[in-house]
Unconditional design. Structure first.
Length: 87
């Protein structure tokens, strides 16, 4: 149960950081932000596991965070482009 709560918190942080990186306002709620953050974090962990030798580093794994945020930024941009109204 602790892993699920940790993943939700980590996803929320990743989602918020991704939205801060993107200029302008995104029309999406906090639940979508958390879900995109969780998906970005999971994909970021997976990508980091593919490109790193060990997958684990002591202390804070900054590359894993950067990759997770980058994936969440891409997912946020994709979400806003699919849900925006074209006039």
């Amino acid at each position: 149960m602790g892993e699920v709560i940790g993943t939700i918190i980590f996803g929320a942080v990743i989602g918020v950081l991704a939205r801060l990186v993107i200029p302008g306002k995104q029309a999406m709620g906090w639940i979508v932000t958390v879900v995109i953050g969780i998906i970005g974090a999971l994909i970021g962990y997976w990508v980091w596991g593919l490109i790193s030798d060990t997958g684990n580093t002591p202390g804070i794994d900054w590359w894993r965070w950067i990759i997770s945020i980058a994936v969440a930024v891409v997912l946020t941009l994709a979400y806003t482009s699919f849900t925006s109204r074209r006039t």
